[in-house]
Design a protein around this ligand. Structure first.
Ligand SMILES: Cc1cc2nc3c(=O)[nH]c(=O)nc-3n(C[C@H](O)[C@H](O)[C@H](O)COP(=O)(O)OP(=O)(O)OC[C@H]3O[C@@H](n4cnc5c(N)ncnc54)[C@H](O)[C@@H]3O)c2cc1C
Length: 292
């Protein structure tokens, strides 16, 4: 299939891109890695009149440290850049573990963090990871700039809090606290496929190996990342036992509302979510204990 005709404009600066978006609104789309946008245009599921190419904007693909620790990742940062950055992977092992599950190397060479998060595919890994890490998104238009918590950004399937004149410019990732372990796991039909269900878990331990903070967020089992951290709260204050983790998994299964698809029934997705929860929480706990 070929896309419907469109006008292509290569933005020369962030201000240029934002002013074009302010002018054309919903008729225009930003082109980042093109790995979701171009297929949907080829299938004529999207017919933007104008494509605003972000790829020549200086600095939009840069990663830099935050003042209080953590990192700020520019929207145009490619998956591949982060995969190859050992320092970044050491600071955010949850992201490093999730990245290889995204599509295939060719797609990760082009696909960007900002494009992924703005596209907001319900089965996508990074939205769930961003919520689990407590990320914040820097959003800008010609009129204003604002910060949006990842937990408020994803409002529906393929729908975010971004307004028609806004761009996701940067992602702020807080540094994980000491003695934090994390784990990302998913089940897909084939390597590189979108997840049937996936889970991002983080756990922080106190001096006696008791759980003092825990996050549990699913992808693929709802329209948006499914934050089940509240059901994991029963782990707080104790060293997590196998039984306690099993109880969290059962509560998470009851909480989520998967819709099923041609690849898996809702019951199977719920089953997978429970199995992954047990494994991911056990792994996060052991990693927190042993410091990796
Ligand atoms: C075969 C295949 C398998 C895939 N498997 C997976 C998978 O397993 N997991 C997964 O997560 N993804 C998967 N993807 C999607 C891939 O990760 C995309 O690269 C990603 O979702 C979109 O990033 P992009 O940079 O290519 O964005 P684009 O395709 O360029 O843009 C996507 C959307 O976001 C908008 N946009 C882009 N950047 C911004 C910005 N900075 N601010 C506001 N809006 C913006 C665009 O206008 C467009 O609407 C797969 C893709 C393919 C083709």
């Amino acid at each position: 299939m070929k896309p419907a005709s469109f006008r292509y404009i290569s933005a020369t600066s962030l201000e240029h891109a934002l002013s074009l978006k302010a002018e054309y609104g919903d008729d225009a789309k930003f082109l980042a890695g093109g790995q979701s946008l171009i297929p949907t245009m080829n299938f004529r599921l999207a017919r933007p009149a104008i494509l605003i190419d972000l790829n020549r904007i200086d600095g939009l693909g840069a990663t830099r440290p935050c003042d209080g620790g953590g990192a700020r990742v520019g929207a145009l940062t490619r998956y591949r850049t982060l995969e190859r950055d050992a320092g970044f992977a050491g600071m955010f092992p949850l992201i490093a573990e999730a990245l290889p599950h995204i599509a295939h190397p060719q797609i990760r060479n082009r696909g960007t963090i900002g494009g992924n998060l703005s596209h907001a595919d319900p089965a996508s890994e990074l939205p769930a990871v961003a919520v689990a890490l407590g990320a914040r998104f820097h959003v800008q238009s010609t009129k204003q700039q604002r910060w949006c918590d990842a937990s408020n950004f994803f409002v529906g399937g393929l729908t975010t809090d971004l307004q028609s004149d806004e761009m996701l410019v940067e992602v702020e990732l807080p540094a994980p606290k000491p003695r934090t372990g994390s784990c990302f796991m998913e089940i897909a039909r084939r390597r590189g496929d979108f997840a049937i269900a996936g889970v991002a878990a983080t756990m922080t331990l106190g001096e006696r190996d008791e759980c003092i903070h825990v996050r549990l967020v699913f992808c693929g089992v709802g329209e948006t990342p499914a934050d089940a951290s509240s059901v994991a709260e029963i782990l707080r204050g104790h060293a997590p036992t196998e039984q306690a983790i099993r109880d969290v998994a059962a509560a998470a299964q009851a909480m989520i509302d998967p819709s099923g698809s041609v690849h898996a029934t809702a019951d199977y997705q719920r089953h997978i979510a429970g199995v992954l929860t047990e494994r991911a929480l056990q792994t996060a706990y052991q990693r927190a204990r042993h410091g990796h």
